[in-house]
Every structure is written in structure tokens, then in C-alpha cells.
Ligand binder design. Structure first.
Ligand SMILES: [Zn+2]
Length: 102
């Protein structure tokens, strides 16, 4: 019976690993360079396996890039604001011109 492997979540964009350390101060970034993490926790290669994902920072970056891209792509179909009810025109019955001072 070997001890179970530690699964490290590694961001596949910036290669930072989530150290999953609950004792860290909240202001500490729980994502650190994989090398640093492995070294600090004295992990041997057989002690852990990698699970690829995205760190929050890269998720945000990718999400923004994706939104910008999809906004461009779906522009003809994304005009949802067109169907919004229009507010009633002010001064119903009158002309479009604002009252002029004489
Ligand atoms: Zn990342």
C-alpha cells in the first residue's frame, strides 16, 4: 500500500500550481510556481500527479478574451436591447421640438 498521491492542480497557461494550503493567510496567493511548490513541500516526482486546469487569474483573462471574441462573432444575434420596451415619448401630442422661448 503506497500512500495516495497528491493531486496538484496546475494552471496550463501560467504553470502555477494551487498549493491548497488552508493555513495560508487569505491575502497570500495560493497559486505558486510548480517548482517552488514542489520544492517547498519536499515532493518527490512519485508523490504527486498533475491535474491541469486554470488558475483564477488566467480564467479571468481567458474569459475576457473569449467574451470579446464571442461578442464579435455573435454581434448580429446579440442585439437583445432592440426588443426592450421604449419609454413613452415625453410631451405626448406635441411636436418633437422642445418648447422654444419667445
Ligand atoms: Zn494561470
Amino acid at each position: 500500500m503506497g500512500r495516495s498521491k497528491l493531486v496538484l492542480s496546475v494552471c496550463c497557461v501560467c504553470w502555477k500550481a494551487w498549493n491548497g494550503d488552508p493555513t495560508l493567510a487569505p491575502e497570500t496567493d495560493p497559486w505558486e510556481a510548480l517548482d517552488t511548490l514542489v520544492e517547498r513541500q519536499h515532493l518527490a516526482p512519485q508523490d504527486y500527479e498533475l491535474s491541469h486546469g486554470y488558475c483564477p487569474r488566467c480564467t479571468l483573462t481567458l474569459l475576457q478574451a473569449f467574451r470579446a471574441q464571442s461578442a464579435e462573432r455573435t454581434a448580429p444575434f446579440a442585439q437583445t436591447d432592440v426588443s426592450l420596451p421604449q419609454p413613452p415619448a415625453a410631451g405626448a401630442g406635441g411636436g418633437k421640438a422642445p418648447p422654444s422661448m419667445h
